[in-house]
Design a protein around this ligand. Structure first.
Ligand SMILES: [Zn+2]
Length: 87
């Protein structure tokens, strides 16, 4: 599930606040926030897809394709689902 624009912005600001600027592999700062996505992680049977504590946020490096996965709960991104998506 793609991130909404407020979530992309939130993720970008959050990464910056943690001093995560450049790609750990190639060193470029070309994170593809427009393609950032929320992924449900391994769920037990019967658990709702959007269990925040089980999900991850994926963002890739535009230069080398390296993908980083963040714990969605730690990022705190889920509260923004309601904004900008009309959900
Ligand atoms: Zn890279």
């Amino acid at each position: 599930m793609a991130l909404s624009e407020p979530q992309q912005q939130f993720l970008e600001n959050w990464m910056r606040s943690k001093a995560i600027v450049g790609c750990p592999l190639c060193g470029d700062a070309q994170w593809q926030f427009a393609q950032a996505a929320y992924l449900r992680a391994l769920l037990e049977q019967g658990e709702p897809d959007m269990s925040e504590e089980k999900g991850v946020v994926k963002v890739g490096c535009g230069n080398c394709g390296y993908l980083v996965l963040f714990d969605a709960e730690t990022v705190g991104i889920r509260g923004l689902w309601a904004e900008g998506r009309g959900v």
